[in-house]
Design a protein around this ligand. Structure first.
Ligand code: ADP
Ligand code: ADP
Length: 232
């Protein structure tokens, strides 16, 4: 579902350029939950941001569902991004909009009318357990609830892929478990392929099928997360 081929990213130019990713090859199979783990500064965030072109790769290819995103012009990329949802460590909600309006935001950009929006949003509120919070503003929500809103918003365009950038790093352990449980449910019931980055091995152990270790911008190891690690 996601293929990174010889992906490199340099920040800055020429003599003082920082190499954040160095010829990374990674395949994320359809329907899997794949984790990328590594210490701070390893290049995880750069990697996941290259998957939806929030960051332009310096070289290499990024294929999502067979389409090379590095070759697309702006309108084609906008369309391709409907297939790619993303959630963040600090949720990135719009504080001036309610839960419902936050989830509606991508649909507004896609030109949905009010009824079509409601048809999409109602089941997402149910899935994320937010039906009774739909008219609240983000400031009145807990961290876990905010991340649920962000997940519902990411799912609104019916993506094939969900990118999670340290999605549980700002949450306490109990809330982390409930968010990971929700992500697993989304993977199993909606069939979404999930690519997540984290600095916590516990996150990988609890939901990932495969894990890739990144260090100094290089992919140093990829392996299956064995049954030993996935046991409760
Ligand atoms: P991680 O997510 O694993 O902490 P990052 O991808 O954020 O790693 O960073 C990888 C390297 O790239 C680090 O050396 C970091 O300082 C550098 N870097 C990240 N973003 C930028 C940027 N916008 N400008 C310059 N250097 C950056
Ligand atoms: P908090 O964000 O305060 O930690 P929770 O994340 O535990 O709250 O739960 C928020 C709402 O989501 C509650 O109404 C709860 O019943 C519901 N909920 C909890 N887990 C799930 C789940 N896996 N799927 C759907 N809804 C859930």
């Amino acid at each position: 579902m996601i293929q990174l081929e010889q992906l490199s990213k340099f920040y800055g130019s020429d003599h003082d350029a920082i190499c954040a990713l160095n010829n990374v090859d990674l395949t994320v199979p359809k329907g899997s939950i794949t984790g990328v783990i590594g210490v701070s500064g390893a290049g995880k965030s750069t990697l996941i941001r290259c998957v939806n072109m929030l960051e332009r790769p310096s070289s290499g290819r990024v294929l999502v569902d067979g389409q090379d995103l590095t070759q697309l012009d702006a309108p084609a990329l906008r369309k391709a991004r409907h297939d790619i949802g993303m959630i963040f460590q600090h949720f990135n909600l719009l504080d001036s909009r309610t839960v419902y309006q936050n989830i509606a935001f991508p649909l507004e950009l896609m030109g949905f009318d009010k009824n079509a929006m409601k048809e999409r949003i109602t089941p997402l509120l149910e899935l994320t357990g937010l039906s009774d919070k739909k008219d609240r503003y983000p400031s009145a929500l807990s961290g876990g609830q905010k991340q649920r809103v962000a997940i519902a918003r990411a799912l609104a365009s019916r993506p094939k892929v969900l990118l999670c950038d340290e999605a549980t790093s700002a949450l306490d352990p109990q809330t982390t478990s409930s968010i990971l449980e929700l992500l697993r449910e989304i993977n199993q019931e909606l069939g979404l392929t999930i690519l997540l980055i984290t600095h916590e091995m516990e996150v990988v152990k609890s939901i990932c099928d495969s894990v890739a270790l990144i260090s100094g911008g290089e992919l140093v190891e990829t392996s299956k997360v064995g049954p030993f690690f996935t046991a409760p």
